[in-house]
Ligand binder design. Sequence first.
Ligand code: KG4
Ligand code: ZN
Length: 337
Amino acid sequence: MIILGIETSCDETAVAVLEEGHIIRADLISSQINLHKKYGGVVPELACRRHIEVIDPLVQEALIKSGCTLRQIDAIAVTVGPGLIGALLVGVSIAKSLSYALRIPLLPIHHLEGHISAAFIEHRDVGFPSVALIVSGGHTNLYYMARKGDYRLMGHTIDDAAGEALDKGARLLGYGYPGGPIIDRLARKGNPERFRFPVPYRSRKHYNFSFSGIKTALSQRFSGMIAQSEGDLSLIQDIAAGYQEAVVESLVEKTISAVEKKKALGIILGGGVAANSLLRRRIREEADRMGVATYIPSPSYCTDNGVMIAKAGVSHYERKDFASMDLSPMANFEFSL
Ligand code: KG4
Ligand code: ZN
């Protein structure tokens, strides 16, 4: 079985070819970071136009890389939502065209199911029950998974997503987009003890997150200091380290308390923020302490990619969950199965 996976929900056009559910025959990403950088964030109209320009050549290139012809593809998996509507429309349109022309199934994938599926690319024996923390630019969700394909939402952010908090934090520190990897890099050389930020939303009574207060704290406490820092890199590194630590500790605390409550055997991480070096280390440390397993994708499978969409497509294919030609992208797509 060979699945072509297409992902265009935000600012990456990604196409992958996956054979038998685990052999990655092609994995291509055309990033738009340079396009959006000067605006400090993703500009939806520009994102959509760039997806249109690159999607056809990228599919062609993926086929060449994979050594497959179109006729050898058994199904097309595509991100249906959530995301930028114009951007999603590009992926869904090409997926529908290919499915129709080739008379092969169209597999509709929720972007977050894609992020969770990324953990199964490199871990073929994920233990259940597990708790899955999905942290991206738009989401911060904690799921309880009694088994593969079963997702119970335990908690979510009530305001900004963790990635958004890091992106905005980097902007306040005078850096560009995307800010998450920049904060990660700055924080590695910083001292998190110098400026302490309160870990947000600490209550153990629920599993929700909140990150807007910490961003306001950064702006109110430090914007004057940052403006006068005159290139004092170590000051910026120390602020970044303190800020990142508070965001990460909030994610770690809630995840660990969900694991304890549910007596889970494993922790799955996914989404762009799961590429963060401190989050990866802290989750592994806590999991080791509790004797639970971790299923953390390589950083390139944490951020948006086509392999995770093809991987999610495998179970849709197996249970014959095919979409019709009426399929439309959904900017706000609730995740419930
Ligand atoms: O999953 P993703 O690629 O796209 C969305 O679905 O949103 O996640 C993008 C987010 C951005 O906020 C970006 O700053 C963050 O992931 N990110 C990181 C790192 N790499 C990407 N955040 C912290 N540390 C990183 N190394
Ligand atoms: Zn994503």
